[in-house]
Design a protein. Structure first.
Ligand code: GUN
Length: 302
């Protein structure tokens, strides 16, 4: 048996189309479009390419988008002042500060300075608290976990009563997705176990999973024999394991591997996400959805 692939690249297109249509409707009725600012400090190549993609996607769905690039040497005080400016800007509904920040800047201080009602990354402690409470309290779920949940729902995988095992306990993926899957409601109501580097028998837990969500950052950590036949496997890992020459462009590109041995796992799982092309494209898509939500809250539409 070969698993059904859950493709982020396809689901992204559906959701971006839905967003584009809703943005056009809101513009016609209310004369407003969602505004997103991305703040990039320095010139980290990976951050630059992420930010470019975020801005291109925002443009594609009809948002007002601002790319604010600042030098590596910007002081913490100046960066905080910049955030304050966008907190007060009526045309901006979402503020994203691309991480990581240079060492002389306190990342926590910067993230905490963003107005929680414009925190479309969902990283502010207020939004983390709202996520924990659940239900209508949630304004912005963090983008990668939100993308994972959306993929599971759109693939038609039953979550109610499912045994969900999350591998990894990061603040960006592991902990929030565990909280989201345990809540009542759509794409949730699951029984959740979080396993991590302190877990005694990783394999035994994974083998019980109807839905296995792996965000460990260790290439091919999850072995095929740890997967329950028919399970839904969501691989969040993006590990650079080498370089190759692209057949399309002739340029050097990274060889990427997930946290799961995909080739063997797909013969056992019922559903699986590939790397690349699985969870990755969903993160920016959910950022767009959060920015749209932010405007809708402001207009009293949700
Ligand atoms: N750097 C890598 N991923 C992310 C993300 O999702 N949000 C922000 N702000 N920075 C990142």
């Amino acid at each position: 048996m070969s698993a059904k692939l859950i493709l982020g690249t396809e689901i992204r297109e559906q959701i971006l189309e839905e967003i584009t249509q809703e943005v056009a409707q809101i513009k016609e009725k209310h004369g407003k479009v969602p505004g997103l600012v991305t703040i990039l400090v320095g010139a980290n190549p990976a951050s630059m390419s992420y930010v470019t993609l975020k801005i291109q996607t925002a443009h594609r769905v009809g948002f007002h988008e601002v790319q604010d690039s600042q030098p590596e040497t910007i002081s913490e005080a100046d960066l905080l002042a910049l955030i304050d400016k966008y907190n007060k800007d009526e045309n901006i509904n979402g503020i994203l500060v691309q991480l990581p920040l240079p060492k002389h800047i306190d990342e926590k201080k910067v993230l905490n300075a963003i107005d929680p009602d414009k925190d479309v990354d969902g990283f502010h402690p207020v939004n983390v608290g709202r996520l924990m409470i659940g239900g209508s309290e949630v304004k912005f779920a963090p983008c990668t976990p939100a993308g994972i949940q959306e993929m599971i729902v759109r693939a038609g995988v039953e979550t109610k009563g499912a045994e969900v095992v999350v591998v990894g306990r990061s603040n960006i993926v592991g902990k929030p997705i565990a909280v989201m899957m345990v809540q009542k409601g759509r794409g949730a109501n699951s029984t959740v176990t979080v396993v991590h580097t302190g877990t005694k028998d990783l394999a035994a837990h994974c083998k019980r999973a109807d839905i296995l969500i792996v965000a460990a950052g260790v290439p091919e950590l999850v072995k095929p024999e740890w997967i329950k036949p028919g399970a839904c496997v969501i691989d969040v890992g993006v590990n650079r394991v080498g370089e190759k020459i692209s057949e399309k462009t002739g340029k050097k590109i990274a060889i990427l591997r997930g946290d799961v041995d995909f080739e063997k796992a797909k013969e056992i799982a019922g559903y699986i996400t590939p790397v690349p092309g699985g969870v990755g494209p969903m993160t920016i898509t959910m950022l767009m959805l959060n920015t749209l939500r932010s405007l809708k809250y402001k207009l009293g539409l949700m």
